[in-house]
Ligand binder design. Structure first.
Ligand SMILES: C[S@@+](CC[C@H](N)C(=O)[O-])C[C@H]1O[C@@H](n2cnc3c(N)ncnc32)[C@H](O)[C@@H]1O
Length: 250
């Protein structure tokens, strides 16, 4: 039997790796590094740094493959994602088939935590459904960007006894503003709510040398965040940011 290890590596700080993740890295015969193209070379580099820093046993193989990208021009978002997952499943099936021998462990180094806005588990379901099922898999949790955001702003995510919602920029709406973490927001969805009594705790590239943190009353810092975000995106060619919105009484 082949085994895949889905290892959460944290959201940018190499010191956010858990002991369990280090042990899993050291069990791997093959490390699969998915390359999302020129602009995210930094993310590939971080994964390779993690391998060099934490893997004690020499002799592991690194297999770098280009990860299919979602076609954002597809009119239907769900169809676009469906097609993209299909393409990724083909790549994963080929990796399991061609790059992993029976009895070997193959590791995917997954950003943040594998259970939060990461499609790898769903892709593996597809791979199995497609008939490539001679493998087992294990999930090693990681520190997500949400936890990193809370730690860097030194805040608790929830109010006392209160719920908290995690959503995407696309799905954010006015009814959510009590306490909501927003991820995957390419269009500054928060800007629609400047007239509300809301605080924002925003972070980009959290845990990395490029980290930017801004917090305050949304009406006061909205423009500052938009400008900092755009300048950083142009400078680096990509951006990852996350934020908490919390309704206040003032
Ligand atoms: C595809 S999701 C992956 C989430 C990841 N599995 C996690 O646990 O954080 C990518 C989104 O996570 C957030 N993100 C990931 N890393 C981040 C970082 N270092 N700083 C800020 N946001 C980050 C951003 O909202 C980004 O759009």
């Amino acid at each position: 039997m082949k085994t895949l290890l889905l290892i959460g590596i944290g959201a940018g700080d190499p010191e956010h790796i858990t002991v369990q993740a280090i042990n899993a890295l050291n069990r791997a015969d093959v490390l699969f590094v998915l390359d999302k193209g020129q602009t995210t070379n930094d993310l590939v580099r971080l994964r390779l740094d993690i391998c060099q820093r934490y893997i004690r046993a020499p002799g592991y193989r690194v297999v770098q493959v280009s990860d299919p990208q979602r076609d954002s021009s597809t009119p239907s978002y769900t169809e676009g994602v469906e097609h993209w997952h299909e393409q990724r499943a083909e790549v994963f099936a080929r990796l399991v088939d061609e790059e992993l021998a029976d009895g070997e462990f193959g590791a995917f180094l997954l950003w943040g935590d594998p259970g939060l806005y990461d499609s790898t588990l769903r892709i593996l379901d597809r791979v199995r459904a497609g008939g490539c099922d001679d493998f087992d898999y294990q999930v090693i949790p990681g520190i997500s960007s949400v936890q990193a955001l809370a730690a860097r702003h030194r805040i608790a995510l929830n109010g006392i006894g209160q719920p908290i919602r995690i959503t995407t920029g696309r799905r954010l709406h006015a009814g959510d503003l009590d306490n909501v973490v927003v991820m995957l927001d390419a269009h500054c969805a928060f800007a629609a709510y400047v007239a509300e009594n809301v605080d924002i705790y925003w972070g980009a590239y959290i845990g990395t040398a490029d980290e930017i943190l801004i917090a305050g009353k949304l009406a006061d810092v909205c423009e500052q965040i938009k400008q900092a975000r755009e300048a950083a995106r142009l400078r680096k060619g990509w951006i990852m940011d996350t934020y908490l919105l919390r309704r206040t009484s003032h």
